[in-house]
Design a protein around this ligand. Structure first.
Ligand code: S3P
Length: 168
């Protein structure tokens, strides 16, 4: 069974995904890290040298090549569900969980360091709130297609419960 964790940049997808996978003793994949490893390039370099469209092509390719036959938690990128048919594909091949956060929460987390986020690195701190708000407005409709939506800052209990129920 594959659990896909989706949500905006700074929502904690990788942090919680890894920690929950460790406590369940199952595999964890961070899609961005996986792409960096496979392509031998950082996400920033892919955006800067190739651009966003080629990045989205690589993202789709690597998402769909992930092995699905072992219990795994996959933290995807913030934009992954919103391009190609990735959301539909994740819902068909696994269970999707949206870590929903308020704009203020995301602003607070992202303002600490957004230099390594290509979609945010040309903006100043004052524009961060409106940038997040605009992008969330565009993406929310897709994110809310997830099988589950979790608002808790620490989603551990709820994700473990979902996993246990699916295993029954
Ligand atoms: C992106 C989010 C990033 C990364 C890329 C694009 C997005 O992942 O995939 O910079 O479009 O929201 P994180 O959500 O892990 O930061």
């Amino acid at each position: 069974m594959t659990i896909f964790i989706i949500g905006f940049m700074g929502a904690g997808k990788s942090h919680w995904g890894k920690s929950i996978a460790d406590s369940l003793h199952i595999d964890f994949i961070d899609l961005d890290e996986h792409i960096e490893h496979q392509e031998n390039m950082t996400i920033i370099d892919i955006f800067n040298t190739l651009g966003e469209t080629p990045f989205r092509t690589l993202e789709e390719k690597h998402l769909k090549q992930i092995g699905l036959n072992k219990d795994t938690i996959v933290a995807v990128g913030g934009g992954t569900p919103c391009f190609h048919n990735n959301m539909q594909w994740m819902n068909k091949h696994g269970i999707s969980i949206y870590l929903r956060r308020t704009i203020n929460y995301l602003e607070e987390t992202l303002s600490k360091d957004f230099s390594n986020r290509p979609l945010l690195n040309n903006i100043d701190k004052d524009s961060l709130h409106s940038k997040i708000k605009n992008l969330i407005e565009l993406r929310e409709e897709t994110y809310t297609k997830a099988h589950y939506i979790i608002d808790d800052i620490n989603p551990t209990k709820k994700i473990i419960k979902i996993y246990d129920n699916l295993r029954k």
